[in-house]
Each structure stands twice: as C-alpha cells, then as structure tokens.
Design a protein around this ligand. Structure first.
Ligand SMILES: [Ca+2]
Length: 131
C-alpha cells in the first residue's frame, strides 16, 4: 500500500463464500501522512488513528463498516503500530472466487492532503471465511 498517487495494495479472494474478517499482517515498510513521521497503518508512531481501509474493485469502502469518508478511524485494540490488524465484519461479506479487493491509505483514496505522504507499507492479507 502506497500513501499517494492512487496506489492501493490489491488482493483477490481465493474462493467464493462469506467472509467474516480480513487479517492484515505487517511485513515491511512504513507509511506517513506528513514528512518525518511514519507508521505501519496510520500517520505517525503509536496512534489509535488508523488510515488503512479496504475497498472493492470500484473503490467502495467495505471496511471500516459505516465509513463516512473520514481520514482516520479507531478500531478498539489496534493502533498504527500493531503487528497485525483484524478487520471483522458484523455482517459477513459475500464474495465470488477471484474477486479483487484493495487496501488503501485513506488520504490516497480521498485525494486529501496526499502530496506530502510517503510509503509504502507491505503486508500479507489473510481472508477468513465464516463456517
Ligand atoms: Ca498528508
């Protein structure tokens, strides 16, 4: 996931089904929303403001749920420096096999104040299906 120039990370669903959660496990790199600060999932350091969003291939935000185009949001138990994020859906997400999803930096998706951003941060996404 880059932090500007419309460069989200992408992944594809391995099979059809109902998804209960996405798990994002940090692997390398950093993102930041201004120079001289960086983080795994947000703007800076160890903040509870997260900037990492999931969209479908039309850039409709699917997580966080009830998203209102805000730059950051809070997810209890996780911060911008968490080794992993668990995005759990209250209503499972129905998908077909090979469907594209994207991991966006909020300011990049919104084209808001992205000029001074830097990245990328890299992760492995695990798709968790409900049983
Ligand atoms: Ca910025």
């Amino acid at each position: 996931m880059e932090a500007k120039d419309d460069k989200p990370g992408k992944f594809f669903t391995p099979m059809a089904g109902k998804i209960s959660a996405f798990k994002l496990v940090y692997s390398s790199g950093k993102v930041g929303c201004t120079p001289h600060v960086s983080s795994k999932w947000g703007c800076d350091g160890d903040s509870d403001n997260l900037f990492t969003l999931i969209t479908d291939d039309q850039n409709n935000v699917v997580f966080p749920e009830n998203y209102h185009r805000q730059v950051y949001y809070k997810l209890p138990g996780f911060t911008s420096s968490s080794p992993e994020l668990l995005f759990t859906f209250s209503i499972p997400l129905e998908v077909s096999a090979g469907q594209e999803y994207r991991v966006w930096y909020s300011q990049d998706l919104l084209s808001h104040d992205e000029g001074d951003n830097h990245g990328p941060t890299c992760m492995k996404v695990t798709v968790i299906f409900s049983t």
